[in-house]
Design a protein around this ligand. Structure first.
Ligand code: HPA
Length: 275
């Protein structure tokens, strides 16, 4: 019988679970506090090696509140990386997606855990569809804002959090100082796991969206609630449905991610080194 995830118990406090998770990470990594956390989405995984020296790697499901991997044979990991400047990064290679239907608490648990380890800067990355026709597959884009189309929130009860400048202008400026060609866009989080219809992509465009995906917005809200500064980056793996004339395929999305991975991972490592 599998042990129940404490986040699923109705009277558990997700921030208590995150605090315990942070203590477990400190114990297993030997690193008391982390400064920066990165969630590495599709196409961004190589950044983990380029950031600095990995001093510890933990299977994420050994930490309280983290889910067992959704895919057989896929082990999500948490890594502690010593950056060249002496800061410590927590690299989260285990993302629970909203479409997995485990509830929002599990979706944002890694972010709350990062905050509980002391992290002040949360970097959220993903692979996503592009609405701007000038973007080619393989283009990295800074997230300037989001539209949350999940109709859900990680905030529980009457918790009012300001989301003006959620995707820090300071960090976007810093990223631009590393690569002045980086474009920006508004990220629309859909529930998924189906890709959008062309009509939904047109809706996203009309309401001000430039990027469509299935993650990040809920995590960014939780990061802000925990007081962290957020940097969001999307890898455009494909043009969104109907913008590109051919059907979308998961295999193509993965392939575009693999092709772009070395370049965008190196870019991300340079940005992190400058933070
Ligand atoms: N839509 C949603 N999520 C995605 C896409 C897309 O076109 N590409 C990669 N992830």
């Amino acid at each position: 019988m599998s042990v129940q995830n404490p986040l699923d118990l109705p009277d558990s406090d997700p921030f208590d679970v995150a605090r315990i998770a942070a203590e477990q990470i400190a114990e297993k990594t030997g690193v008391e506090r982390h400064d920066i956390a990165l969630t590495l989405g599709s196409g961004w995984g190589k950044a983990a090696e380029l950031l600095g020296e990995t001093t510890a790697t933990i299977p994420a499901h050994e930490i309280i509140g983290f889910s067992k991997p959704a895919l057989e044979g896929h082990v999500g990991t948490l890594r502690s990386v010593l950056l060249p400047g002496g800061k410590r990064a927590l690299v989260i290679g285990a993302r629970t997606h909203y479409y997995e239907d485990h509830g929002v608490r599990r979706v944002v648990h890694s972010v709350r855990t990062a905050a509980a380890t002391g992290v002040k800067t949360m970097i959220l990355t993903n692979g996503a569809g592009g609405i701007k026709e000038t973007w080619k597959p393989g283009t990295p884009v800074l997230i300037s804002d989001h539209i949350n189309l999940t109709a859900d929130s990680p905030l529980e009860g009457a918790t009012f959090i300001d989301l003006t400048d959620l995707y820090s202008k300071r960090l976007r400026d810093l990223a631009h100082s590393i690569d002045s060609t980086l474009d920006e866009g508004v990220y629309c989080q859909f529930r998924g796991p189906h890709y959008e219809t062309p009509a939904e992509v047109q809706m996203a465009k009309i309401i001000g969206g430039h990027i469509v995906g299935m993650s990040t917005a809920l995590e960014a809200i939780a990061a802000r609630q925990s007081g962290m500064e957020v940097l969001g980056m999307s890898l455009i793996t494909n043009l969104a449905a109907g913008i590109q004339k051919t059907p979308l395929s998961h295999a193509e999305v993965i392939e575009a991610g693999q092709m772009a991975e070395p370049v965008i991972s190196a870019l991300l490592a340079r940005i992190v080194a400058a933070i």
